[in-house]
Design a protein around this ligand. Sequence first.
Ligand code: GLU
Length: 519
Amino acid sequence: MYLCNMSKVRVRFAPSPTGGLHLGGVRTVLYNYLYAKKQGGDFIVRIEDTDQTRFVEGAEQYIFDCLKWCGMEPDESPLHGGPYAPYRQSERKETYKQYAEQLIKDGFAYYAFDTTEELENMRANFKTPENPSPQYDGKIRMQMKNSLTLSTDEVKKLLTENARHVIRIKMPAQEIISFTDMIHQEVSFDSSLVDDKVLLKADGMPTYHLAVVVDDYLMKISHAFRGEEWLSSAPVHILLWKYLFGLEHMPQWAHLPLIMGPSGKLSKRDGAKYGFPVFAMNWPQAPSASDPKTNELAEGFKEKGFLPEAFINLLAVLGWNDGTEQELYSIEELIESFSIDRVHTAGAKFDFEKAKWFNQEWIKKLPVSHYQQRVKDLFESKSILIKNDTHFNKVLELVKERCVLLTDFYDQAVFFFIAPLQYDEASVKSKWDNTKSDFFSELIARYNLIADWNLISIETEFKNLATEKNSKIGELQMLLRVILVGSKMGPGVFVIAEAIGKTETVNRIEKALVNFSMF
Ligand code: GLU
């Protein structure tokens, strides 16, 4: 194993600002974050925006908003500053060039002047049934237009003329490149199978491969946990480390297994396809090729009604466990229990039903005051103004057991604030007759006389009257529920009557007497 000789743990999340932050991205941040916090280390966010063609306006701010919502504040970032600023790669352009030139000087890289047309010709001419998509590699490079095939004078001339060119790594002919991954253990690659990746582009910007190595070195990154899709790039990065800085400085890597969706690797499009969120927060979907005018919003976990505690928890256990049966973890418990060597090597399957279970558990676990503001905003967005927070909290407490998503609070609690606009007619029809209507008319009179409106007095008056009338209590209670709620749902019916108050209870019974007579 290449041991890192730096004492301080420094991890980084290095997103490219190209779109919404999806489940896999947040899980990558989370594992980095947990590892760093457990070791008392630093968590750095570096924005990898060197591919200007994929840059998406607003994506960077969105990433920081998501991190904030998840409770994972960086110690260093373009927004938080830090000793290794700038943390945006586009602002570090000049830094990379010197390293690319250093590689050329040392014989590990070369200038390539091939035009797009020449590259296309190469792909067409070298195509064989065994090799349908030839790459710019050791077998082909000597037949292309680069500083290995042109004379020194020709190269000089082209460079002086500012001819369009890139810098490519010169992959060694036959070398086994290996490293120890913290999850996959020993991993080896055959250098002859890897192409001569571009390191510096024609616009002077580095590619990801060069920039990631240079920045991980300059920012003293000790551990780099990233998605498994980057494993195939590891041989290029290892060579760059070897050529530029020495392998002893290379961070320890962990390549995190993929998150699987209902049909293979979870994709950003699975959200729309299967009806569950894939992004942390709402993200405007780019117009699709089939309909360039659509600018749909892909619903995020936040807006779907997830608590950040649940979101973090469900992501943490998606591909990791601590060897016990425990499923619910707070972020503090995760920091305590997390270890990278218990991350599974195989992809983890995302199950939305299980995700909802986590949210339900966290709704029950946390005091309502913790999410009261979000539910209040939801009510207010539906034009129900909450005037009394204490009363609101009490109501939320009454229904929290019934809510899976924060958005469920609306349906579960709206009748505490407004009288039903319609009734479950079917339930009323078969039970409503003159005796019921007499009962409720008399109940109004009895309720009006109650001086101390509380659970006991409300229930006692109701039951006494039912006994006097020799009526079935169960049926009457069901009808009272439909009167107060509109349907057969909700917590205890007398609890509801107590919470909405005497005047409102009486008003709703009066209104129902009129409405039910018409069924
Ligand atoms: N910019 C890369 C990405 O978008 C980062 C990969 C890495 O962490 O090395 O995923």
